[in-house]
Design a protein. Structure first.
Length: 305
C-alpha cells in the first residue's frame, strides 16, 4: 500500500539495512520543572518526561543500551541502532553536560547515529556545534514544537512561544544536524484549522522530519486533573485519524515522517482507551491516507510523495 515518506525507509536507504531506534534516559531535566520557568511542567507531561524512566531508576546509559540492544537483536533481528536521548530536554544545562553525553555515546557498540530530544528554548549555537561535530552519519535534533499557536502554548504551560521554535529550527539550518519537529494533535482548545496553520508554518521552515503525537491523558499530569474535572476530552479515534491524515497530506512531500501516533508507557494511560492500540491506529491512518489519495487521483493512484 502506498504511504508517506517514512523514517524506517529513510534509514534503510541510508544504511542498507534495518536500523532500530533505542530510547535512552540520560537523567536530563527541564526548565519547566526545575523552577527556572516553572515547577508545574507542561500540562501533558508526567514525571518521566515521555521516556522510559530507566535513568531515574539508576541505570546508566551503557547499561540501558545493552538492555535494549539485546532486546531488539532478538525481537527485531536488528544489528544497527540509533541512540535516542528521549526523556526531558537533553540539551538543557551547560554545554559540557551535552559533550559528556556524546562522549559516552561514542563508546556504544553498533551505533549508527543519534537523535537528541529537547525543547526549542534549550538550544544555542555552542550546543548545536557539539552535535554538528559528532562523528555519526545520521544526526537528528528532535524538537518539541508541539504547536506554533502561542495561545495554545500558554494554555499548556509550555513556557516558550512559537518564535522560539522557529529560531531553533533556523539555527540548525546549514549544519548536518537534521530537525524533526514534534507536533501534538488534540491539544486543549485547538482544532483542525490551528493544526493546519502550524503545518503551513513548518512547511516554510528548514525542517527535515515530523513526528505526530495524539494527545493522550497521562497519570499524574495537569491534563489528567482537567480530564477528571470534565474540562478536557481527548479526540475520538475517528477524529484523530482524520486530523492526522489532514496533516500528512498538507506537509511538504520531502519531509520524513518519523511516526504518526504516540505510544503510552504501560500503566500511564488514563484516556482515551484507543491510544493503547498503536498498531491498529497506524493501519487505520494508512488506510485513510491511501483512500484519500486514491480519491484525489480519480482512482488512478498517485506517485509516492
Amino acid at each position: 500500500m502506498h504511504t508517506w515518506n517514512t523514517f524506517t525507509v529513510h534509514l534503510r536507504q541510508r544504511f542498507g539495512q534495518r536500523v532500530q531506534k533505542i530510547p535512552l534516559d540520560a537523567g536530563a531535566s527541564c526548565p519547566n520543572r526545575d523552577g527556572t520557568l516553572s515547577r508545574a511542567g507542561c500540562t501533558f507531561c508526567n514525571a518521566i518526561g515521555s521516556g522510559s524512566g530507566l535513568g531515574l531508576a539508576g541505570m546508566n546509559l551503557p547499561a540501558q543500551w545493552a538492555y535494549w540492544r539485546e532486546h531488539f537483536r532478538k525481537s527485531n533481528r536488528a544489528s544497527l541502532f540509533l541512540a535516542y536521548l528521549q526523556s526531558f530536554s537533553n540539551t538543557y544545562g551547560p554545554a559540557s553536560r551535552l559533550a559528556a553525553l556524546l562522549d559516552i555515546l561514542r563508546g556504544l557498540p553498533d551505533l549508527a547515529g543519534i537523535s537528541v530530544g529537547t525543547r526549542p528554548d534549550c538550544l544555542d549555537a555552542e550546543k548545536l556545534a557539539l552535535l554538528a561535530a559528532a562523528p555519526w552519519r545520521e544526526k537528528w535534533l528532535e524538537l518539541g514544537v508541539q504547536t506554533l499557536n502561542d495561545a495554545t502554548l500558554r494554555r499548556i504551560n509550555r513556557g516558550h512561544d512559537a518564535a522560539a521554535s522557529e529560531r531553533a529550527i533556523s539555527l540548525a539550518a546549514g549544519t548536518d544536524v537534521q530537525v524533526c519537529a514534534h507536533l501534538m494533535l488534540g491539544l486543549p482548545g485547538e482544532g483542525r484549522d490551528d493544526v493546519l496553520a502550524t503545518v503551513r508554518r513548518l512547511n516554510a521552515l528548514p525542517v527535515h522530519g515530523v513526528k505526530l503525537h495524539n494527545v493522550y491523558v497521562c497519570q499524574g499530569t495537569a491534563l489528567a486533573r482537567a480530564h477528571r474535572a470534565g474540562d478536557y476530552s481527548p479526540l475520538s479515534e475517528e477524529a484523530y485519524i482524520d486530523l492526522a491524515v489532514d496533516a500528512l497530506l498538507a506537509l511538504r512531500p520531502d519531509i520524513i515522517i518519523h511516526r504518526v501516533v504516540a505510544d503510552p508507557a504501560p500503566g500511564e494511560l488514563v484516556a482515551p482507551e484507543w491510544a493503547a492500540r498503536k498498531g491498529d491506529l497506524v493501519r487505520y491512518i494508512q488506510h485513510e491516507y491511501h483512500r484519500r489519495r486514491e480519491s484525489a487521483s480519480g482512482g488512478k493512484g498517485l506517485a509516492a510523495p
